[in-house]
Design a protein around this ligand. Structure first.
Ligand code: CP
Ligand code: NVA
Length: 301
């Protein structure tokens, strides 16, 4: 049976933790310059319908370091952009490559791709979820602080695709997630219901951040929401993670951000560039965590 990674909960908690351990090993091998060509000769196709820096570089570098190669397909210059159905793309690519990563708008496009592919499919971000980001975020916590079970995390700002993945992972790995969001920008009821008592929603960001061990946020306008930027900027006034807000968290709280960041909007420069921030390590962990993911999906397939 083919395993896909379309949403965070496609991994069970035990496999999730095992991948984080493997990601740590892979990080050590890479830092030591020790070869680890576990996917020798394998090919990853990467379909991008939205912009990317970290996702592209981490997947392409990752598959190369594992002994394979990555192909970058932009919808602007592939037949997908000219209307070739996702199902046909899935069937054709499956004849040639060993794994497909896709970054797109609708979660249903990723689901359709997986339905018709005969190789593993990885969600590299949709409007609904960003599961690869959460693997790296969890690795960052686990490498710095150990298991996250029982910890208290705060998400401040827009309850977007990355927040949805945080919610699912809070439930999966057993930590508390407190979300501070303005009315109209709070989590979807269906996802909230799936997460039970793992997730609490607050309108006051100070209540969400209180005693948090980890604080995270993301842009106020995600890719595809550029036209709403001005309206969102005003709706999110008071939701910037600045030093004053951070002071409500636990004294040794870690600050995470998936990046790209807008300093002066969702986060102040002194927080993202300050001593509690681990955002560069977090960005680097995209490489290690996704290498562990690709090994798992391609080798178990
Ligand atoms: N965090 C993240 O996915 O970054 P990119 O958009 O640069 O890939
Ligand atoms: N929420 C952001 C994440 C970017 C990595 C977006 O979807 O644009």
């Amino acid at each position: 049976m083919i395993s896909h990674f379309l949403v965070d909960t496609d991994l069970d908690a035990e496999t999730y933790r095992a991948l984080l351990l493997r990601a740590r090993e892979l990080k050590a091998l890479q830092k030591a310059g020790t070869p680890h060509r576990t996917l020798d000769g394998k090919v990853l196709a990467m379909i991008f319908e939205k912009s990317s820096t970290r996702t592209r570089v981490s997947f392409e570098t990752g598959i190369f370091q594992l002994g394979g190669t990555g192909l970058h397909l932009s919808t602007r210059d592939s037949q997908l952009g000219r209307g070739e159905p996702v199902a046909d793309t899935a069937r054709a690519l499956s004849e040639m490559v060993d794994c497909i990563m896709i970054r797109t708008f609708a979660q249903t496009s990723v689901e359709q791709l997986a339905e018709h592919a005969t190789v593993p499919v990885i969600n590299g971000l949709t409007d609904s979820y960003h599961p690869c980001q959460l693997l790296a975020d969890m690795q960052t916590w686990f490498d710095n602080r150990g298991d996250i079970s029982g910890a208290r995390a705060a998400w401040i700002g827009d309850a977007n695709n990355v927040c949805n993945s945080w919610m699912l992972v809070a439930k999966l790995l057993g930590f508390e997630l407190h979300i501070g969001c303005p009315p109209g920008f709070c989590p979807d009821d269906e996802i909230l219901a799936q997460c039970g008592s793992a997730v609490t929603v607050h309108q006051d960001p100070r209540a969400a951040i209180e005693n948090a061990d980890l604080v995270t946020t993301d842009v106020f306008s995600s890719m595809g929401q550029e036209d709403e930027a001005a309206q969102r900027l005003s709706a999110f006034r008071g939701y910037q993670v600045d030093t004053e807000l951070m002071n409500g968290a636990s004294g040794d709280a870690l600050f995470l951000h998936c990046l790209p960041a807008h300093r002066g909007e969702e986060v102040s420069a002194d927080v993202i560039d300050g001593p509690q921030s681990v955002v560069w390590e977090q960005a680097g962990n995209r490489l290690h965590a996704q290498k562990a993911l690709m090994e798992h999906l391609v080798r178990t397939f």
